[in-house]
Ligand binder design. Structure first.
Ligand SMILES: C=CC1=C(C)c2cc3[nH]c(cc4nc(cc5[nH]c(cc1n2)c(C)c5CCC(=O)O)C(CCC(=O)O)=C4C)c(C)c3C=C
Ligand SMILES: [Fe+2]
Ligand SMILES: [Fe+2]
Length: 344
C-alpha cells in the first residue's frame, strides 16, 4: 500500500462562458451574478435586477465583447489558466496534483475536486488566482470549495491562500514582465487599473469595531493596518506602491484607478474611464496600462483596456496607449505559483 502523502492543488479563476454566443454568455452571467457575494442585496432584489435589468441589457453587449477577444482554442482566461496549471504541475512533480478550474461555469470546481479525490490526495491547497482579497472573488471561491468538500463522506483537509498582493515573488514576476514592455513602448505615464468593486463591499470588509475606517477617511488606503487588512482597495493601493518602487516611477508619472463597473451603485474610485481625460489634459501622451488585479489577460484587459480604453485615449488626443500584458503562463510566474504552493 502506498501511503506517501499527496497534495491536491486547485488553481481557481473567476470564470468565463463556454462560448461567446448569447445563450452561453447568458448562462455564465446568470450564474456569476446570482452569487450573493457578487451582488450582495436581498434575494428578491437580486432576482429582479438580474432578470429585468442586467440579463436583458448586458448579455448581447458582453457576447459581442467576448467575440472580439475569443481565440481559436477558446477564452483567453481559460487558455492561460490551463497552461499555467500544466507548468506548475511539471515544476511540482508527482507529489502534487494540480487542477485549474473556474468559480463560474467550466471546468467547474466540483469537477476538479472530484478528479483530485479520485487521485487519492490527502489535502487540497485552494489557490484563487486573485492577488488582492475580495469577498466577491476570493471569498466566493472559498465558500464554494468548502460547501463541496463538506458534503463528502471523507472530507479532505483544506488550505487556503487568501491573497498574495504583498508577496515579493508575485511583485517581481509582474515587474520582470512589465518593465521591458513599458520601456519598449516608451511610456511617459503608467496607469495601474484594477477591477472595481461596489464601495459597499469595501466598507463591509472593514475590521474596526465601529466599521469607521474604510472609505470614511480620505487617506484610509494609504497603508495596510489592522482595520483594512481585508480591504480590496487598500490592497490594490499597496500593490501599486510596491510596483512603483520596483519600476522606479515617481508621483507624477503614475496613478491608480478602478475599471469594470456594473450598475448604478457607487464603486470604488477613481474610475479608469473618467480619469483618462484628466491625464490627457495634464500632458500624458504615451500611457502604459498595467492591470495587477488580473494574473491573466481576459475580457477586462483585452477588450476593456486594449480596445476600448485605447480608442478613448486616441479620441481624447493622446498619442498612444498600450496594455501591459499580464503574467499569463510565463515561466517566472509559473515558478512563483509553484513556490507559493510548496510554502503553503
Ligand atoms: C457586481 C459585479 C461584479 C463584481 C463585484 C466583480 C468582482 C470581481 N471580478 C473579478 C474578476 C473578473 N471579472 C470578470 C468579468 C466580469 N465581472 C463581472 C462583474 C463583477 N465582477 C461581470 C458581469 C463580468 C463578465 C463580463 C462582463 O459582462 O463584463 C473577469 C473576466 C472573465 C473573462 O471571461 O475573461 C475577471 C477575471 C475580480 C477579481 C473581482 C473582485 C475584485
Ligand atoms: Fe468581475
Ligand atoms: Fe481604504
Amino acid at each position: 500500500m502506498n501511503l506517501k502523502k499527496r497534495t491536491g492543488v486547485l488553481l481557481v479563476n473567476v470564470g468565463t462562458p463556454d462560448s461567446p454566443e448569447v445563450p452561453d454568455v447568458r448562462k455564465y452571467l446568470r450564474e456569476f451574478l446570482s452569487d450573493p457575494r457578487v451582488i450582495d442585496i436581498s434575494a428578491v432584489g437580486r432576482f429582479l435586477l438580474l432578470n429585468f435589468i442586467i440579463l436583458p441589457f448586458r448579455t448581447k453587449k458582453s457576447s459581442h465583447a467576448y467575440k472580439m477577444i475569443w481565440k481559436k482554442e477558446g477564452s483567453p482566461l481559460l487558455i492561460h489558466g490551463k497552461i499555467l496549471a500544466e507548468n506548475v504541475g511539471k515544476i511540482l512533480g508527482d507529489q502534487y496534483e494540480v487542477e485549474f478550474c473556474m468559480r463560474y461555469q467550466n471546468p467547474s470546481i466540483e469537477f476538479a475536486i472530484q478528479k483530485l479525490i479520485q487521485k487519492n490526495i490527502d489535502e487540497i491547497i485552494v489557490f484563487p488566482l486573485f492577488p488582492q482579497y475580495s469577498s466577491a472573488a476570493t471569498g466566493s471561491v472559498f465558500e464554494k470549495v468548502g460547501k463541496i468538500c463538506n458534503s463528502k463522506w471523507n472530507i479532505p483537509k483544506l488550505k487556503y491562500i487568501t491573497y498574495f498582493y504583498n508577496d515579493k515573488r508575485f511583485l517581481e514576476s509582474f515587474y520582470e514582465i512589465a518593465k521591458p514592455q513599458i520601456n519598449h513602448f516608451r511610456a511617459d505615464f503608467v496607469l495601474f487599473s484594477y477591477h472595481g468593486l461596489p464601495e459597499r463591499h469595501v466598507k463591509k470588509s472593514d475590521t474596526s469595531s465601529l466599521q469607521n475606517h474604510c472609505l470614511t477617511k480620505n487617506n484610509c488606503c494609504e497603508s495596510i493596518q489592522v482595520e483594512n487588512k481585508y480591504c480590496y482597495r487598500a490592497q490594490c493601493y499597496e500593490t501599486t506602491r510596491s510596483l512603483v518602487k520596483l519600476l522606479q516611477l515617481t508621483d507624477d508619472n503614475h496613478m491608480t484607478s478602478f475599471q469594470s463597473r456594473l450598475g448604478r451603485d457607487p464603486w470604488i474610485k477613481p474610475y479608469t474611464d473618467l480619469i483618462l481625460p484628466d491625464l490627457v489634459s495634464k500632458g500624458a501622451k504615451r500611457i502604459a496600462v498595467m492591470c495587477p488585479a488580473f494574473v491573466a489577460d481576459c475580457l477586462e484587459t483585452l477588450e476593456e483596456i486594449q480596445m476600448r480604453a485605447k480608442e478613448q485615449w486616441l479620441s481624447l488626443g493622446g498619442e498612444d496607449l498600450v496594455l501591459v500584458t499580464s503574467l499569463n503562463s510565463h515561466a517566472k510566474w509559473s515558478e512563483t505559483v509553484a513556490d507559493i504552493i510548496r510554502e503553503a
